[in-house]
Ligand binder design. Structure first.
Ligand SMILES: [Zn+2]
Ligand SMILES: [Zn+2]
Length: 193
């Protein structure tokens, strides 16, 4: 999975997003920055494998959606990030979008000024994040329509797995996906299915 460090180039303040594994590599990622927070895009186990260790090493506030959570039911954050929340990282602002479907606690971290967003497992290059029930898949469809498609075409999306992509390059495929009748489908979806 992909861990991200968001760094304000003016102040060198940083946030660590999804400490999945390998604390030593994550510390290197944050070298020459001043860590200010750890943020979780959602609480699947592959995204939080190094969370306990990184909390010990960095001693910074943990921020995540208020849930319900998935692989970490007893999660205690220092700040709950619900839809519309704003997080300052030095001179940068991160806007929080709640994008449920893959999990109920899935959020995206948007930097409007620089046109990029960390989407976690909301969407990937090839399709939306996996779902495990018809209901979750239907929620995913709503998230795509009501949140993802409202973002500008030049938004670069950084997902929890695989390569980044420009939303504008996917818009037609996502619209076509939403226009199809998926019946009682759930599971691993692709834009062109
Ligand atoms: Zn996930
Ligand atoms: Zn994942």
């Amino acid at each position: 999975m992909n861990t991200y460090a968001l760094v304000c180039s003016e102040t060198r303040k940083s946030v660590l997003v999804d400490p999945g594994a390998d604390p030593d590599a994550l510390e290197k990622l944050l070298a020459k920055t001043e860590p200010a927070a750890i943020i979780l895009t959602h609480t699947h186990s592959d995204h939080i494998g190094a969370l306990d260790e990184m909390r010990k090493r960095l001693k910074v506030p943990l921020m995540a959606h208020s849930g319900p959570h998935v692989d970490m039911m007893n999660l205690e954050a220092d700040r709950w990030l619900n839809h519309g929340a704003r997080v300052s990282v030095g001179n940068q602002i991160i806007n929080i979008y709640h994008t449920p479907g893959h999990t109920p606690d899935q959020i995206c971290l948007m930097n409007e000024k620089d046109h990029f967003v960390v989407v976690g497992d909301t969407i990937f290059d090839g399709g939306p994040g996996r779902t495990w029930s018809i209901k979750e898949f239907q929620i995913t469809l709503k998230t795509l329509l009501n949140i993802i498609l409202t973002w500008s075409d030049k938004t670069v999306c950084y997902p929890g797995h695989g390569p980044s992509f420009c939303l504008g390059d996917k818009r037609k495929a996502i619209e076509a996906f939403l226009n199809k009748d998926h019946g009682s489908f759930f599971g691993d979806a692709t834009w062109d299915m």
